[in-house]
Design a protein around this ligand. Structure first.
Ligand code: SF4
Length: 237
């Protein structure tokens, strides 16, 4: 059964992250540029519509294909191939799958700025990346809560293209989440998503807290969206 669309109420992005995407590493910004960045980030937040879909699949088993480990999931043709994802999901009894997008409005504005204002386009692109990463944090927090509901512990997310998890995973992953119909996400021949500010990922559900568990709520990137933390619980057992 397809997951439901979740809308994430995101009214700010981490300006430090926007600056990192812009290539800054601690240099002082002049007032005019700082004001420009604030203005473009605000524009991005106003046209953004961050939404996502999550689903959870049981682990059916694993095998090897041409010397590469392949994890099979129940009730879907989605397979996760590669040594890095095998290590990341080692011991998982289920896998949460997520897709998020900053929305068509961000894509349209990026296209418009590419024709009218290249400086604003670069800043807007960085703001869109920061926005969709926050949406991915929110979707991951949703998976953390779904794992807890099952008495399980959710590991951190891992995206196609990381390590040796192939980008070719994208079409089946998007289909498993019905992302085309629910979120309007399409793939190019080179497997790039449109809207470009979209993210897919998987996270393992474990019977014990995984070794790469989050460092603690105060340093956790999902904390602002975390339902467990709000209810006084923690994902770390
Ligand atoms: S905020 Fe705390 S409970 Fe929530 S996912 Fe992060 S570490 Fe776990």
């Amino acid at each position: 059964m397809p997951g439901a669309v979740e809308a994430y109420g995101i009214d700010a992005v981490d300006l430090g992250e926007v600056l990192r995407y812009l290539g800054y590493s601690g240099q002082k910004l002049d007032g005019e540029l700082a004001a420009r960045i604030d203005e473009v980030v605000a524009r991005c937040l106003s046209v953004g519509r961050p939404r996502g879909v999550t689903r959870v699949f049981g682990v059916e088993g694993s095998s090897e294909r041409d010397g590469v480990p392949v994890l099979r999931l129940s009730g879907t043709s989605l397979e996760l191939a590669g040594h890095s994802i095998a290590s990341h999901l080692d011991g998982a009894v289920a896998v949460g799958v997520l897709v998020v997008t900053a929305g068509m409005g961000v894509e349209a504005e990026l296209r418009r700025l590419s024709l009218t204002d290249r400086v604003a386009q670069v800043i807007f692109d960085a703001a869109g990346s920061a926005l969709v990463e926050r949406a991915a944090n929110a979707a991951e927090a949703s998976l953390v809560a779904q794992a807890a509901d099952r008495g399980l512990y959710c590991g951190t997310r891992f995206s196609p293209g990381y390590g040796d998890l192939p980008l070719e995973t994208q079409p089946v992953l998007l289909a498993a989440l019905d992302a085309g119909r629910l979120l309007g996400i399409t793939l190019s021949d080179s497997l790039l998503m449109s809207p470009t500010k979209s993210v897919t990922a998987v996270a393992g559900f474990f019977e014990r807290p995984p070794t790469d568990a989050r460092p603690g709520c105060s340093a956790c990137y999902a904390r602002e969206f975390c339902l467990l933390r709000r209810s006084g619980r923690t994902c770390r057992g």
